[in-house]
Ligand binder design. Sequence first.
Ligand code: GDD
Ligand code: MG
Length: 372
Amino acid sequence: MSNNRKFGTMTEENSLGQHTDAVILVGGKGTRLRPLTLATPKPMLPTAGVPFLQHLLARIKAAGITHVVMGTSYKAEVFEDYFGNGADLGLEIEYVVEETALGTGGGIRNVYDRLRNDTVMVFNGDVLGGTDLSQVLHTHHSKDADLTMHLVRVADPRAFGCVPTDADGRVLEFLEKTEDPPTDQINAGIYVFKRELIETIPAGRPVSVERETFPRLLEDGLRVFGHVDQSYWRDMGTPNDFVRGSSDLVRGIAPSPVIAGRTGESLVDESAGVHDGALLLGGTVIGRGSEIGAGARLDATVVFDGVRIEPGVIIENSIIGAGVTIGANARISDCVIGDGARIGARCELKGGMRVWPGVEIPDNGVRFSPDA
Ligand code: GDD
Ligand code: MG
């Protein structure tokens, strides 16, 4: 039974998905993940060996949904170049480009003409989640809701949309990024819309679904419900969350049909070279063609393609962009290294430093005193 669900064959649960369109919002600039997002849009950054979005597409397919519309803007062409019409994934993918970004609500309105079903499942394109999409659809239909939102509880709700509900699960308020949230229950970035509601979003101008559309729908008394669960959930918008999300995928803590059966302490592309005595821990990923020198120790680190890490390097909680070189015995902790940068031997980088693409730091170029 679980196998059937994993591979998206017909079951009672995913029959709901067959009558549902998916819309994925991927038009954001990914500012908090710069400099990696200067070349690659956030949902296309490699995560556990594939572009992040591929994990979401696999979950959409497993729920029985086949028609997917992507709302793109920033670096729009990258998505279509990679996924094409979606046939390789067993999906039918269309792209709708916003010449100037229309915001989350404007992005949803902008794909209205492409929708085929009366039920539309909208996804923020940067969330790593384990929720059962069929169950969210089930809640939507059983409550006869106009709009259903996936909600999760988090330790610090201030960075999210705060969404209090009543005992029946009906949404009382939608408070985007408030300093004083009344509950720890937040918008997890999946919405099920009745299609007709999407037509009521103003067309042709920027609209925030969180700040404009949701408050209006609540004010108008529409049936807006929350689907709350305890599944894995993480917004991948910051370097720290990106690294943790990737590690959790590799270790099997965050579920994904793409990596099922291959989880462990690390994930190394078959074309990469890892020399004797190198230690790869904490869900570290090594991308295509990368070389890891003898005695290097990488913990919870994402290494993109074509990276050269020389012997004795120690790296933790960091993202190493494509084509980077790291000189022998360098130490890197909690950093983002942009594509093509060169970090000299024995350099020490830590505490949230970001190195821009192509920058070269000479040997011994950055050091901290032992007690700094
Ligand atoms: N098409 C399109 N056009 N997509 C956009 C645009 C746009 O103008 N702006 C943002 N997006 C996409 C982003 O690419 C991302 O996938 C998604 O919309 C959400 O944008 P973020 O910039 O990541 O928003 P956030 O993380 O600060 O907050 C949102 O997500 C939280 C959950 O992760 C809000 O929806 C919060 O309420 C929510 O809690
Ligand atoms: Mg986000």
